[in-house]
Design a protein around this ligand. Structure first.
Ligand code: ASP
Ligand code: MG
Length: 418
């Protein structure tokens, strides 16, 4: 079995879906994971925001646009005005759910998951039906039933042990050799829909590869492979032909938008190679990621945007590392605030974290726990792995640099956004 993952950009229009069809042509024993088409997840986040503000009319306007966008893709694929019954039913469910207008604040994250999951439910329905329509027999798998996550919404982790028998049973029941399933979504023990965090479809694909002991996994993207920097931010980016798991996990964690940071572990655990391949040309090799690849020779630059720096100091001047570390980190964990860099002195600790829904709550909780907290927004975290003198001089000085950390292999800078 192989696992192929197609992200939103690769299925953003009918040509993308036709290209997917062409890429998988001739494959047997294949599990295809598909994300929501184009920017549908963002649009569904707006539906959620409207529901949250008890504004069903605004939600409906957004849904109408999402429907039109998908309808155009369907008609283009079937080359006539065409409707898919299952897609109609999914839109009807979404509309009914939002129109009921009984949003409760304590259910925010469960609501979010329930709403944004439609992006993947709809995209996979279209892809699966289109493949069948063009003679490529396949079965649609409902990943809400096949992938069991922890009981936590919006950023759930997969329970591999519980998912294994569920996914295997789903495939057995489906029969056949080509399957299409949703990335990004799963089901909690209580039966509600969960999501795995934005861009989580890579992680879904890795979980499927792990459970099915796949021979390989490929992520088809709109780039030639993994580059050493984001070409939109740093000029002279070059493609890296081979990467090992450790470098990849460090890169993903530092914010490189190649793959979701959780993707590597399920693959590493079963020693499954991962290929990042260009969607536009299936004959190009892309980047191969496996355990035995050599260390990368070129410096790698990663810029993580939308960061916040919290400077936390204990009011009674106790030493933060020795006495307060556990308190601070359990509060950050409780509010699911992701920490990317830590910097400490005797009585204060600086943490660079993602801008998230819960920053103000955690700041409040820290203040209640007897800390002074300073919050600095509009930060960026720059990581350079394998830095050299030239890069060090170029990036480590200037008034906007607030924290600078250097180790034998990487340099990390927290700086104010320019
Ligand atoms: N559709 C989801 C998102 O845009 C998941 C994914 O693309 O991997 O975040
Ligand atoms: Mg996406």
């Amino acid at each position: 079995m192989k696992v192929y993952k197609f992200g939103g950009a690769s299925v953003k229009n009918a040509d993308g879906v036709r290209n997917l069809r062409q890429i998988i042509d001739g494959e047997q024993q294949l599990f295809i994971i598909v994300s929501a088409m184009g920017k549908t997840t963002n649009a569904l986040e707006r539906v959620f925001a409207a529901a949250q503000q008890h504004n069903p009319a605004a939600a409906q306007t957004e849904i109408d646009q999402i429907r039109e966008y998908h309808a155009a893709i369907i008609s283009d694929l079937w080359q006539e005005s065409h409707q898919l019954e299952h897609v109609e039913a999914q839109f009807a469910d979404l509309e009914a759910f939002v129109a009921a207008n009984n949003y409760k604040v304590e259910e925010a994250e469960a609501w979010y998951d329930r709403i944004v999951a439609y992006g993947e439910l709809i995209s996979t329905t279209i892809v699966s039906e289109y493949l069948n329509h063009t003679g490529l027999k396949n079965t649609w798998i409902d990943m809400r039933q096949a992938i069991r996550t922890e009981q936590r919404h919006k950023d759930a982790e997969v329970d591999l042990a519980a998912s294994t028998p569920l996914l295997k049973a789903a495939l057995q029941e489906a029969g056949g050799s080509i399957f299409v399933g949703q990335g990004f979504i799963g089901g909690a023990p209580d039966g509600t829909t969960t999501t795995l965090g934005r861009e989580g479809s890579d992680y879904s694909a890795a979980v499927v590869a792990n459970i099915l002991e796949a021979e390989s996994m490929a992520v088809w993207k709109d780039v030639d492979g993994v580059l050493n920097a984001d070409p939109k931010i740093f000029a002279d980016a070059i493609k890296i032909p081979e990467l090992n798991y450790i470098d990849t996990i460090e890169l993903a964690y530092s914010g490189a938008q190649i793959i979701h940071p959780r993707t590597i572990k399920p693959l590493q655990n079963k020693n499954i190679p991962l290929y990042v391949r260009p969607f536009g040309d299936k004959h190009k090799p892309g980047t191969a990621i496996c355990g035995t690849s050599p260390k990368v020779e070129v410096p790698i630059l990663i810029l993580k945007k939308d960061q916040v720096l919290l400077v936390i100091r204990s009011r009674d001047f106790s030493f933060v590392l020795e006495e307060k570390f556990a308190t601070i980190f359990s509060l950050l964990e409780k509010y699911r605030v992701k920490v990317h860099l830590i910097h400490n002195s005797a009585v204060d600790i600086g943490v660079c974290v993602d801008q998230s829904w819960h920053i103000d709550e955690v700041v409040e909780a820290l203040r209640e726990a007897n800390f002074d907290v300073q919050k600095m927004v509009d930060m960026e975290l720059l990581t350079i792995r394998g830095y050299n003198d030239e890069l060090r001089q170029k990036y480590s000085t200037g008034p906007h640099v607030l924290i600078k950390q250097m180790s034998w292999e990487s340099m990390r800078i927290v700086r104010k956004k320019a």
